[in-house]
Design a protein around this ligand. Structure first.
Ligand SMILES: Nc1ncnc2c1ncn2[C@@H]1O[C@H](COP(=O)(O)OP(=O)(O)O)[C@@H](O)[C@H]1O
Ligand SMILES: [Mg+2]
Length: 207
C-alpha cells in the first residue's frame, strides 16, 4: 500500500528523519512510536504529501508521490489520504455538517448521506447543526475522525490523536480509528508518544 525507500529529511542541516526501507500492506494497522522530536510529524507530513523530503522515494498505491506536480498531488491527497491531527482544526463559523461537507467538495467522493451515516455510527448525528465551540474535546476528535474517513481514503494517518484527550476519550478515539480503518479497508498509521495507547496493533514502527 505504501513503500518508503532511502528517505531522509533534513532541517537546518540536521537529519531529523531517516527511513531506509518500510513497506506497509493494505489494511495493516501501524503504531508509530517515538519520543517528542523523533520525527513522527515529519514522517506523517511526508506520507501525506504535505512536505517534500530531502531525499528518497515514497510510493502510495502505485504512485510515486514526489513525481506528481503540485496540483496533482493536491488531488491525490484529497482522494486517497485521510488525516487526523492532534487538534481538530475545524472551521469555527461552520456547523459540524458544513465542516464535513467540505470533504466531498474537495475529494469529489462521498456525499451528505454518507456523512450522516458516519455521524450516526459515531453517536454524533444529533450534533450536526452544532458549532465546533459547542462540542467537548472528545466530540471534536470524533468529528475529525469522521472528516478523515468520509472519502474512503486508502491511507488513514493520525498524528498524536489522543494528546488533547482524557483517558476514556483517548482509548475510544484509538478504537474508533482502528474500527473505521478496518471498515473502509484503509491502511492505518497512528503516531504517538502517548504511553496510554495500549490497544493492540498488528505492526509497530519505532522512530
Ligand atoms: N518546520 C520545522 N520547524 C521547526 N522544527 C522542525 C521543522 N521541521 C523539522 N523540525 C525539527 O525536526 C525534528 C522532528 O520534529 P517532529 O517531526 O515534529 O517530531 P515529533 O512529531 O516526533 O515530535 C525536531 O527536532 C524539530 O525541531
Ligand atoms: Mg509531532
Amino acid at each position: 500500500m505504501f513503500e518508503i525507500s532511502g528517505l531522509t529529511h533534513e532541517y537546518q542541516a540536521q537529519t531529523v528523519l531517516a527511513v531506509e526501507k518500510w513497506q506497509a500492506g493494505q489494511g495493516e494497522q501501524w503504531l508509530v512510536l517515538g519520543k517528542s522530536g523523533s520525527g513522527k510529524s515529519t514522517l506523517l507530513h511526508i506520507l501525506a504529501g504535505l512536505l517534500k523530503p530531502s531525499k528518497g522515494k515514497v510510493k502510495i498505491k502505485d504512485t510515486f508521490i514526489e513525481s506528481l506536480k503540485s496540483s496533482d498531488l493536491d488531488s491525490f491527497r484529497a482522494q486517497n489520504i485521510g488525516i487526523v491531527f492532534q487538534k481538530p482544526h475545524l472551521i469555527q463559523t461552520l456547523t459540524v455538517l458544513e465542516n464535513l461537507l467540505l470533504v466531498p467538495y474537495l475529494a469529489r467522493k462521498g456525499n451528505k448521506q454518507q456523512i450522516i451515516s458516519i455521524l450516526e455510527s459515531l453517536n454524533m448525528a444529533h450534533k450536526q447543526k452544532s458549532y465546533p465551540n459547542q462540542l467537548s474535546q472528545g466530540e471534536l476528535q470524533r468529528i475529525s475522525i469522521a472528516r478523515a474517513i468520509i472519502h474512503n481514503p486508502v491511507l488513514l494517518l493520525a498524528d498524536e490523536p489522543t494528546a488533547s484527550l482524557d483517558d476514556e476519550n483517548a482509548h475510544n478515539a484509538i478504537g474508533l480509528l482502528q474500527n473505521k480503518a478496518q471498515e473502509i479497508g484503509a491502511t492505518l498509521l497512528i503516531a504517538t508518544h502517548d504511553q496510554r495507547v495500549k490497544n493492540s496493533f498488528s505492526h509497530t514502527y519505532i522512530l
